[in-house]
Design a protein around this ligand. Structure first.
Ligand SMILES: O=C(O)CCC(=O)C(=O)O
Ligand SMILES: [Fe+2]
Length: 207
């Protein structure tokens, strides 16, 4: 059984890695074809994938809205999400409204994460999202996080910032941001809403 599971993970993980690479390249090309080709390997060539299986227990009561996962941003470059047929994934719009991402057979959802937001100097935006539990049954999702290597120093290249724009983020080490989000009270986004902009945004009052 363990053997079988590891085989499945290996097979699935390999496919997801291939898919993540294609999506990552496509997203970078949206910033400019030449730029995408140039940085896809040099900057994103050592990315790693992490697969998470989420199993949400049914809520005790459905009288009020129950959050299975509170509002957050992903710490990845990109995230690929498969949610089961129950739905419940929501993304926050620019004006702060929650928009349902309805499940659709054969469809995966792709989020931009904080690392890509910082690397692209906000040209690509990390989505604020959450999960609402709507039915009295377990909900499952499979989430594949495509991330920079821990030791990577993240700094938007001058070409990405653009001549007329100013740089929004100081350079930072990937694992320092992960630690900030995972261990520091300030970084617990669902509590205080601090994200990569608060961590290394130029002009951030945090430090
Ligand atoms: O369960 C979902 O649909 C999304 C989960 C999610 O956003 C996450 O694991 O970061
Ligand atoms: Fe997420």
């Amino acid at each position: 059984m363990v053997f079988l599971l590891s085989e499945i993970l290996q097979e699935y993980g390999g496919k997801m890695t291939e898919l993540a690479k294609v999506i990552q390249k496509t997203v970078l090309m949206s910033l400019g074809e030449e730029l995408g080709m140039k940085y896809y390997v040099s900057e994103f060539g050592n990315c790693n994938g992490y697969l998470r299986i989420n199993n949400y227990s049914p809520p005790d009561s459905l009288e009020q809205e129950v959050e299975g996962l509170g509002m957050h941003t992903d710490m990845s470059c990109i995230t690929i999400v498969y949610q089961d047929e129950l739905g419940g994934l929501q993304v926050r719009s620019k004006d702060g409204k929650w928009v349902d991402i309805l499940p659709c057979e054969g469809t995966l959802v792709v989020n931009i994460g904080d690392m890509l937001q910082a690397w692209s100097n906000d040209k690509l935006r990390s989505s604020e999202h959450r999960v609402i539990l709507k039915k009295p049954v377990n909900r499952f999702s499979l989430v594949f996080f495509w991330c920079f290597e821990d030791e990577k120093v993240i700094l938007a290249p001058d070409e990405v910032v653009g001549e007329e724009n100013s740089r929004i983020y100081k350079s930072f080490v990937c694992s320092d941001y992960l630690n900030f989000r995972l261990t520091n009270e300030n970084g617990k986004f669902e509590k205080v809403g601090f994200t990569v902009k608060d961590f290394v945004g130029i002009g951030s009052k945090l430090k």
